[in-house]
Design a protein around this ligand. Structure first.
Ligand code: ZN
Length: 432
C-alpha cells in the first residue's frame, strides 16, 4: 500500500478545540504520522498533496443513520417500495452520504421485516469495495410493539411495516435473534412512542420491562450493539436499567434521569436527532405539516424539552452526538451535517464541541480507531476549504470538500486546478 503525505494543512484532529498547522502521512488505510508545525515529515517517495492551507479533519460520523430511508414524507411509503428497487435506492444513498462527508454511519434501523437483508447487503457491498459508501454498521429494522412507532399495519388491508413488530418477551427475543442470524451489527428497539405516529405518543412506553430485558439479553449474549428509541423519561430509565447505553432522543428526561445518565457517562451515548423535529416543526409546510399541525402533534413543546435536556447534557459532559433521522422529504439524506449547526444554535455547543461530537465521539460509538487525526487511526479524512471550527455550516456545502478519503482511498480527489487557485489566494498555513 502506498503512502500519501498532506503538507501545508491546518489540522482539526477531532480532539483539540483548535486547529494547528502541520503535516499528515498516510500508510495504506492508516494515519502513520502527524507532525505539528514547524516539524516536517520526510516524503520518501510518498504522493505529496499540498493542502494550500485547507483544513484536514476526520470524516463525519452519523450516529443514527437511516441509510435505506428514501426521503419520503411518511413512514408507510418505505414499506411500499419493492425490495429490488429499494436495494438500488440504498446504494445511491450510500454514495450520497459519502459525497456529503460522512465516512461512518452507525445505523439506527433498516427497513422492515421482509426487507431486513437490504441494509446488510448494502454494508457488505460497500465493504467489498465495489460500491462507494461510508463504513456502515447495519441495523435491524425498528423492533417495535403492535401500535408502537414503526407499526404501520392496517386492520382492513395489508400494509408492510417499516418496523419489525414483536410483542411479549418471547417474540422480542425471537425477532432479535433472527436479526442476529441475518447479520446485523446493531439491534434497535422502540421503548417509547413518538409524535410522528397517531398511536403510541412520545411520552408513552411501548415496551414493558420484560420485553426490553429480552432484547438486551440477546445483545449481551451475541455481542451485537443495541440502541433504543426512548423519548419518554421512563423509557430512558428502562434502557439504563437493562444496560442499553445507546439512547436516542431522551427529550423528556427529567433531572433525576439526567443524574443517572451523568453517573454512567463513560458508557452512555445520546443522540437527540433534533433535525427531523426542527424541520417538521418549521420547514415542512410544503409537505402538509403546517405550523398548526406541528403544534397539534406536540412538536413545539417537545423541542423546548429537547433544548432544555441537551443544554444540560452539554454542561454535564454526557456524550451527545449530532445527526439522526435524516431520510425524509423535509430532512433528506445527505443534509445530515446540518445537525452540527443545530447543536451550536439550539443547544449552546461551540463549533469545536459539535465537531468533536461528530468525529471523535462518533468513532467511540463505532467502536473503532476512528474519528481522530491520530497516529494508528483509520484514514477517513476530509480536506475542507475553510475552517469548520469557526463555522460548522460550511460542512453542509459539498463544494467545500476538496478531498474525501475513506480507508485511505480517495472518494474525491483534490482537483489540481482548484488547489492551484486556492494556493493563489491563500497564504501558506501560518506556523503556530
Ligand atoms: Zn430514527
Amino acid at each position: 500500500m502506498g503512502q500519501t503525505l498532506f503538507t501545508n494543512v491546518r489540522i482539526f484532529d477531532g480532539n483539540a478545540k483548535r486547529t494547528y498547522s502541520g503535516e499528515v502521512l498516510l500508510q495504506g488505510n492508516l494515519i502513520q504520522k502527524v507532525a505539528k508545525s514547524p516539524k516536517k515529515i520526510k516524503a520518501n517517495g510518498a504522493d505529496v498533496i499540498d493542502g494550500a492551507g485547507a483544513t484536514l479533519m476526520p470524516g463525519l460520523i452519523e450516529p443514527h443513520a437511516h441509510i435505506c430511508y428514501v426521503d419520503g414524507v411518511a413512514l408507510p411509503e418505505i414499506g411500499r417500495i419493492p425490495p429490488a428497487d429499494h436495494m438500488v435506492l440504498a446504494l445511491e444513498n450510500a454514495r450520497v452520504m459519502l459525497d456529503a462527508g460522512f465516512t461512518g454511519c452507525f445505523s439506527a434501523a433498516g427497513v422492515g421485516e421482509s426487507k431486513l437483508r437490504i441494509e446488510i447487503a448494502l454494508r457488505d457491498a460497500i465493504n467489498s469495495g465495489k460500491f462507494p459508501g461510508p463504513r456502515l454498521l447495519a441495523a435491524s429494522p425498528e423492533i417495535t410493539s403492535t401500535a408502537g412507532l414503526g407499526d404501520e399495519r392496517k386492520q382492513h388491508m395489508y400494509e408492510e411495516s417499516v418496523g419489525l413488530v414483536a410483542d411479549g418477551a418471547d417474540e422480542v427475543r425471537r425477532a432479535c435473534r433472527m436479526c442476529v442470524r441475518e447479520g446485523v451489527d446493531n439491534l434497535k428497539i422502540n421503548i417509547s412512542g413518538d409524535e410522528f405516529v397517531r398511536h403510541g405518543h412520545a411520552q408513552q412506553l411501548t415496551y414493558n420491562d420484560a420485553e426490553v430485558a429480552a432484547a438486551a439479553e440477546v445483545a449481551e449474549m451475541t455481542g451485537v450493539n443495541i440502541a433504543c428509541h426512548a423519548r419518554a423519561d421512563q423509557a430512558v430509565r428502562m434502557a439504563l436499567k437493562h444496560g442499553i447505553n445507546i439512547i436516542y432522543h431522551a427529550d423528556y428526561a427529567n433531572n433525576k434521569t439526567l443524574d443517572m445518565l451523568e453517573a454512567k457517562k463513560k458508557d452512555v451515548f445520546l443522540a437527540p436527532a433534533v433535525g427531523i423535529v426542527y424541520t417538521a416543526a418549521y420547514e415542512a409546510s410544503d409537505w402538509g405539516i403546517t405550523t398548526e399541525i406541528a403544534e397539534s402533534m406536540n412538536m413545539l413543546s417537545k423541542l423546548e424539552n429537547t433544548y432544555r435536556v441537551y443544554h444540560e447534557v452539554r454542561k454535564r459532559g454526557i456524550r451527545a452526538l449530532p445527526g439522526g433521522d435524516y431520510g425524509f422529504a423535509f430532512n433528506p439524506i445527505g443534509t445530515n451535517a446540518r445537525d452540527l449547526e443545530h447543536f451550536v444554535n439550539l443547544f449552546g455547543y461551540s463549533p469545536s464541541e459539535a465537531l468533536i461530537a461528530a468525529t471523535k465521539l462518533g468513532g467511540e460509538l463505532m467502536g473503532m480507531n476512528l474519528g481522530q487525526v491520530k497516529e494508528g487511526y483509520l484514514a477517513d479524512l476530509l480536506l475542507v476549504d475553510g475552517d469548520p471550527t469557526h463555522d460548522v455550516s460550511i460542512l453542509q456545502d459539498r463544494d467545500s470538500f476538496l478531498a474525501i478519503l475513506k480507508d485511505g482511498n480517495f472518494h474525491k480527489t483534490p482537483d489540481p486546478d482548484v488547489m492551484a487557485a486556492r494556493r493563489q489566494i491563500a497564504a501558506p498555513a501560518a506556523a503556530e
